[in-house]
Design a protein. Structure first.
Length: 255
């Protein structure tokens, strides 16, 4: 039994790395072999240069972000704007179809060595504070996601490797899945929140009183802490607004 926990932890790490491998289309190795691959691009991909662009859009009520590599920030502003700064090979394609704004990295690139600093990729999406989106979807393979000041009916987040931070956001439903990384949901208004982490902590700072929420929380390897009290590895209580949290390896903290 004493060997079970370390072995389970090792298996979990291997599974997550393998999942990331398949999700981004590459693998991990050492020395002159690719440490991280975002596809099957040629070795000349590193010869690109850093670029930046900024464009504004109108008549959009849905947002779909799909990024293989890089950090993404969604912030409140006066109008809908997309700004990208980073390596030219990581430039996302941006288009609007039927009221939906699509942002997607399409060109595959191979990254060699362990120094990823030259492969900058920063996407910033500014959303109008007066607009309520029907649906916002964000799918990130490798990178951090920060959301602040967003108003929408449904927010869906799917991440493979990176930290998630959602703050001061209003949504009827928030759904978040993260394979490897922390999830923070702070001072948000919602009717239903569902978050899952394979490896990483989930922290939820609710608006108002914790007692107003129906909470179902479970940790396979970790502890559940509700409003400062240790509840063991699982906890359930009835309430009005729904919070469902699941962690495979990590802790849950709700206050």
């Amino acid at each position: 039994m004493k060997y079970f926990m370390p072995v389970l932890g090792l298996v979990t790490i291997i599974c997550i790395i393998a999942g990331t491998y398949m999700h981004v289309g590459g693998g991990l190795s050492f020395f002159d072999k690719p440490i991280i691959s975002l596809g099957s691009g040629s070795d000349k991909s590193s010869e690109g240069k850093d670029i930046s662009f900024s464009e504004s859009y109108e008549n959009v009520d849905k947002l779909d972000i799909n990024m293989a590599f890089g950090d993404v920030t969604i912030i409140e502003g006066s109008d809908l704007n997309v700004n990208f700064e980073g390596h030219s090979d990581l430039t996302p394609e941006v288009k609007v179809e039927d009221g939906k704004l699509y942002i997607k990295q399409t060109k595959k690139v191979k990254v060699k060595g362990i120094d990823l600093s030259k492969y900058k990729s920063q996407l910033t999406v500014t959303v109008p504070s007066s607009d309520k989106f029907e649906r916002v979807e964000a799918d990130l393979d490798m990178g951090n996601l920060k959301i602040s000041g967003l108003i929408c009916k449904k927010l869906e987040v799917d991440m493979s490797m990176g930290d998630l931070d959602i703050a001061d956001t209003a949504a009827d439903t928030i759904e978040a899945d993260n394979d490897m990384g922390a999830c923070k949901i702070r001072e948000c208004k919602f009717d239903k929140l569902k978050a899952n982490c394979d490896m990483g902590d989930i922290q939820v700072n609710v608006e108002g009183d914790v007692d107003d929420y129906a909470i179902t929380a479970k940790c396979d390897l970790g502890r559940v802490n509700i409003d400062g009290d240790d509840k063991g590895d699982k906890y359930s209580v009835k309430g009005d607004k729904e919070i469902t949290l699941n962690v495979a390896m990590g802790n849950i903290d709700v206050n």
